[in-house]
Each structure stands twice: as structure tokens, then as C-alpha cells.
Design a protein around this ligand. Structure first.
Ligand code: HEC
Ligand code: HEC
Ligand code: HEC
Ligand code: HEC
Ligand code: HEC
Ligand code: HEC
Length: 363
């Protein structure tokens, strides 16, 4: 690695690298647990929604609308439905002892929107939890059919019922504005910057410091991106094996030298927070290889990038994500059993690293 460091220094990045290492102090050795509600510095502020930011930060808001963050949660009215029931008969999937059906008038309940073009998130009066996935959208050409979020014969009459599945746990990442009481239900400016009412109310010449300016470093035990993009391996519930699966897109980042060396700017080395590239991806250059080569000096081509950031194409839940360990957890060294859909991590060196960083997994 001496050689690489040398290249980086000779590329004139020494001062930047040193500043980052000393200045942010947020180098992570273990990925934190997801906590999408935690913010600091603006304790008394409330959420005002993206439309309010738009009046002064119009350019940023327009740029943000090019990102998948902006479209990850959309109003139900954005989808053309081929069947449009006005009422639904739902069963509470959280309070499973309750086998009584609830008749729901769709025009009367609070429908927050649709997450990932798939689940309709809403409140059902009388149900145990606040947020439910009341239905699933199934794509059919350019139209969608409203279907059961979960299909279970709850009342044991031999026919499948529509069971509303809990949406509370999903909301922390997919509809963070709902638990935060923001006018913007999905991922908004305030999902990363924290509530903005104090900032909006402050006079123009006193706005500085009234909202988190660099949210990535402002959270004491967390990283803004990692709140939602958890990178940890997990334990398979049935076999007890430690597996690489996760559906949040940044497998094994915590173990990468990009993270642990303190010599990069974390996720923001390659991803920007506000604007998608020409391919609609939240990455700083149109060709990702160009980013690598700004430090690795022509050593990385697309084939190398694809080998380093290998995709988990066998994920049992169909979540295809790229490895973000940047060589610290190579597929060929995992000890995977190719006969199973899971990718097991059996390499003792890797297990030692994981168990040191994530003691809970060692139990
Ligand atoms: C009334 C106009 C106005 C509105 C509304 C507004 N901002 Fe700002 N914002 C400003 C100005 C002006 C600055 C520059 C302050 C400076 O550099 O002195 C600023 C700065 C910022 C900064 C950098 C803060 C810092 O300390 O450097 C962030 C982050 C920000 N705004 C986010 C938001 C978000 C998110 C919203 C919506 C919740 C929002 N703003 C709404 C005018 C506004
Ligand atoms: C810790 C944050 C987090 C939680 C909790 C979470 N998700 Fe996700 N989910 C994500 C992120 C981030 C992505 C996008 C990953 C990517 O782009 O690679 C995603 C992607 C998805 C996708 C689309 C991609 C795919 O692989 O299928 C669906 C569907 C989804 N989530 C459903 C859910 C449901 C249902 C729940 C609740 C049971 C949930 N998620 C809970 C963060 C989360
Ligand atoms: C996914 C998280 C995320 C979202 C969503 C987000 N930001 Fe940011 N924002 C950041 C980060 C991280 C920085 C610090 C950038 C850096 O350190 O390079 C930042 C910096 C800023 C700054 C100050 C520096 C600059 O680039 O001008 C302003 C102003 C700002 N954001 C406004 C907004 C507005 C307005 C929105 C909504 C349209 C928004 N942000 C949405 C993460 C986010
Ligand atoms: C509030 C939760 C949340 C936060 C905070 C968050 N993300 Fe995401 N991110 C998501 C979800 C949900 C998706 C899936 C969006 C989709 O595919 O429609 C996603 C998708 C992505 C994608 C893949 C989509 C694409 O553009 O190709 C990237 C890259 C990404 N996020 C980077 C970041 C970075 C960098 C940060 C921190 C600056 C961040 N995210 C913060 C929830 C979050
Ligand atoms: C050294 C560069 C680099 C760093 C650092 C990095 N990523 Fe990525 N990331 C990429 C590249 C390259 C892709 C693939 C982009 C493409 O296919 O167009 C990607 C893809 C993704 C995706 C899409 C799903 C997937 O796995 O393909 C998400 C989500 C994501 N990154 C989030 C993050 C987050 C959050 C961080 C910080 C914890 C991070 N990345 C750090 C380069 C990086
Ligand atoms: C801002 C500069 C920078 C960028 C951009 C960058 N890297 Fe790195 N990379 C580093 C540093 C610094 C290290 C750690 C060197 C060390 O600790 O010895 C590293 C380490 C690595 C390693 C581990 C090498 C080893 O022997 O352990 C791989 C693999 C890697 N990077 C691939 C990539 C890829 C692929 C991209 C683009 C998606 C990329 N890097 C973008 C600076 C960068």
C-alpha cells in the first residue's frame, strides 16, 4: 500500500487528506445501528418541508429532484391504477390476535404515499401501529394493480385476506418525514439537514449555523448516509451463518480502507448528496471509474471496478447491491457455499474482523 499512498501524495492530495483526517474525526470502525430520528444542534426546530426550502434554494431543490432519493417515496396519485377500489377490507398484521376485518374508505384515511413504487403506506384508524403497508402495487404495462401487501387467511374462511403489514420499521428509511411529522413524507432536505424552522425564521444575515451545514459529520455516533445505508453483514436466522446480505446497498463498507484509513471523505468521495449524474445515479461523475482514477491514477478500469465492487446476484430477496469493502472482503475468499442463495462468510480472518467490529454478531 506504500505505493498507493505515494501516488496519492504525489497527486497533490496531501493537504486535503490531512485536513479530512484531522477535521472530521468521524472515521468509523463499526457501522452504527440505524437511527433516522437523531439530529443535533436544532433541538427546538420543527420540520417545514421541501417546498419551503425551494423558495430560497431553488437550484438545489431542482438538482435534488434528479436523484432517486427524491422519487423513492411518491404520492399514490403519481401511479395510474387499473383497478381503483374505493374501499378495502383489511386485517391488522401487527395485532394478529385481532381477526376482525376493518372496512377502510380510501378517501377518508391518511395515505402518505408509495415507497419504492411498491408499497402504499397509510394510517388505519383503530389499528395498533401508526404506519402500515396497506397494499402493494403490481406493475402491469404502464398501469398498476392494487394488491394485498400480505395475503393471509386471517379469518380462516378458506379465502386469502388482505393483511396490512407493519410499515413503522420501514418508514425510518423509506418515509422518514412521517415519524418526523414533516410536510414532506419521503426523503427530503430535512431528512439529512434536520428540521429547518429555526433556519427559515432567522434573518438572512444570521442564517449561518441555524441548520446542520455538513450533516455527515454533525451526528456524534452516526453518519448521515449510514443511518439508512447500513453496511453490516447479518446472521441468517435459520442456519446461524454470518451472511453478506443486506438490502441497503453498501455491503461491508465499514471494513474498507476507504473508511478506516481516514484518508477519504467517506461516501462523499464518490457520491454527492444533492445531484444525480447523467445516468440518474447519485454519483459525482458520469463515469464512476474517473472518480477512482483521480486517486488511483489510471489503475482502475470498468472491469476492475466490477470485480472489486462485486454484486450479490444470488441474494434470496433479490436485492442486488455492490460490495463496498473495496477489497477487504473479496468474494473468492469468503468461503461461500455456491449451492445456497445466501453468501456465507466463513473465512476466519474476515469473521475475526466482523466480530471485533460487531460484537453482537459474535454471540
Ligand atoms: C428565506 C430564505 C431561506 C429559506 C426558506 C431556507 N434557506 Fe437555507 N440558507 C439561506 C441563506 C441566505 C443561507 C446562507 C447563509 C450564509 O451563508 O450566511 C442558507 C444556508 C443554508 C445552509 C448552510 C448553513 C450554514 O451554516 O452554512 C443549509 C444546509 C441550508 N441553508 C438548508 C436549508 C434547508 C434544508 C431549508 C428548508 C428547510 C432552507 N435552507 C430554507 C436562505 C434560506
Ligand atoms: C435501515 C434503513 C432501511 C429500512 C429499515 C428498510 N429499508 Fe428498504 N431500502 C433501504 C435502502 C437504503 C434501499 C436502497 C438500496 C439500494 O439502492 O441499493 C432500500 C430498498 C428497498 C426496496 C427496493 C430494492 C430491493 O432490493 O428490493 C424495497 C422494496 C424495500 N427497500 C422495502 C423495504 C421494506 C418493506 C421495509 C420494512 C419492512 C424496508 N425496506 C426497511 C433502506 C431501508
Ligand atoms: C442525502 C442527504 C442530503 C439531502 C437529502 C440534502 N442534503 Fe444538503 N448536504 C448534505 C451534505 C452531506 C452536505 C455537506 C456537503 C459536503 O460536506 O460536501 C450538504 C450541504 C448542503 C449545503 C451547504 C453546502 C452547499 O453545498 O451549498 C446546503 C445549502 C444544502 N446542503 C442544502 C440542501 C437542500 C436545500 C436540500 C434539499 C433540496 C438538501 N440540502 C438535501 C446532505 C444532504
Ligand atoms: C432517510 C434515509 C436515507 C438517507 C439519510 C440516505 N439515503 Fe441513499 N437511499 C435511500 C433510499 C430509500 C434509496 C433507494 C432509492 C431508490 O432506489 O428509489 C437510496 C438510494 C441511494 C443510492 C442509489 C440510488 C442511485 O442514485 O443510484 C445512492 C448512491 C445513495 N442512496 C447514496 C446516499 C448517500 C451518499 C447518502 C448520504 C449523503 C444517503 N444516500 C443518505 C435512503 C437514504
Ligand atoms: C470509492 C467510491 C465509493 C465510495 C466511497 C462509496 N461508494 Fe457507493 N457506489 C460506488 C459506485 C462506483 C457504485 C456503482 C454506481 C453505478 O453502478 O453507477 C456505488 C453504488 C452505491 C449504491 C447503489 C446500490 C449498489 O450497491 O449498487 C448505494 C446505495 C451506495 N453506493 C451508497 C454508498 C454509501 C452510503 C456510501 C458510504 C457509506 C458509499 N456508497 C461509498 C462508489 C462508492
Ligand atoms: C480520494 C481518493 C480515493 C478515491 C477517489 C478512491 N480511492 Fe480507493 N483508496 C484510497 C485510499 C486512501 C486507500 C487506502 C490506502 C491505504 O490505507 O493503504 C484506498 C484503497 C483502495 C483499495 C484497497 C487496496 C488494498 O490493497 O487494500 C481498493 C481496492 C480501492 N481503493 C479501490 C477504489 C475504487 C474501485 C475506487 C473508485 C470506485 C476508489 N478506490 C476511489 C483513495 C481513494
Amino acid at each position: 500500500m506504500k505505493k498507493l499512498k505515494h501516488l496519492i501524495l504525489s497527486a497533490g492530495l496531501l493537504s486535503m487528506v490531512a485536513l479530512v483526517a484531522v477535521g472530521c474525526g468521524s472515521t468509523q470502525t463499526a457501522a452504527p445501528k440505524a437511527d433516522a430520528t437523531k439530529t443535533t444542534a436544532t433541538a427546538a426546530a420543527t420540520y417545514v418541508g421541501d417546498d419551503t426550502c425551494n423558495s430560497c434554494h431553488g437550484t438545489k431543490v431542482t438538482a435534488f429532484h434528479t436523484t432517486k432519493h427524491s422519487t423513492a417515496f411518491q404520492p399514490l396519485s403519481a401511479f395510474k391504477l387499473s383497478n381503483a377500489p374505493t374501499t378495502l377490507t383489511l386485517f391488522d398484521g401487527v395485532d394478529t390476535n385481532n381477526t376482525k376485518p376493518t372496512q377502510v374508505d380510501l378517501s377518508k384515511i391518511k395515505i402518505y404515499g408509495v415507497m419504492m413504487n411498491e408499497y402504499v403506506m397509510a394510517e388505519v384508524p383503530g389499528f395498533k401501529n401508526k404506519i402500515y403497508r396497506i397494499a402493494k402495487l403490481v406493475k402491469n404495462g404502464d398501469q398498476y394493480t392494487l394488491d394485498a401487501a400480505k395475503s393471509v387467511d386471517v379469518d380462516k374462511d378458506g379465502k386469502p385476506d388482505w393483511q396490512a403489514a407493519d410499515g413503522t420499521s420501514c418508514a425510518s428509511c423509506h418515509a422518514p418525514g412521517v415519524p418526523a411529522n414533516s410536510p414532506s413524507a419521503g426523503i427530503s432536505c430535512e431528512s439529512c439537514h434536520g428540521p429547518g424552522s429555526n433556519h427559515v425564521a432567522a434573518p438572512d444575515d444570521k442564517k449561518k449555523g441555524t441548520i446542520m451545514a455538513s450533516p455527515r459529520n454533525a451526528l456524534p455516533d452516526s453518519d448521515t448516509c449510514l443511518k439508512c445505508h447500513n453496511s453490516d453483514p447479518v446472521k441468517d436466522a435459520t442456519t446461524g451463518a454470518i451472511v453478506t446480505n443486506n438490502h441497503q446497498g453498501t455491503r461491508d463498507w465499514a471494513f474498507s480502507k476507504h473508511n478506516t484509513s481516514g484518508m477519504t471523505n467517506g461516501c462523499l468521495t464518490c457520491h454527492g448528496p444533492h445531484k444525480a449524474n447523467a445516468n440518474g445515479v447519485l454519483i459525482k461523475k458520469d463515469n464512476p471509474v474517473d472518480i477512482c482514477n483521480s486517486c488511483h491514477e489510471g489503475k482502475i478500469d470498468q472491469a476492475k471496478l466490477d470485480a472489486i465492487m462485486w454484486k450479490n446476484t444470488t441474494d434470496p430477496n433479490g436485492h442486488v447491491t455492490r460490495d463496498h469493502s473495496f477489497g477487504a472482503m473479496k468474494y473468492q475468499d469468503m468461503g461461500d457455499d455456491p449451492a445456497t442463495k445466501q453468501i456465507e462468510i466463513k473465512n476466519q480472518t474476515y469473521l475475526d474482523i466482523i466480530k471485533k467490529a460487531l460484537p453482537d454478531l459474535a454471540k
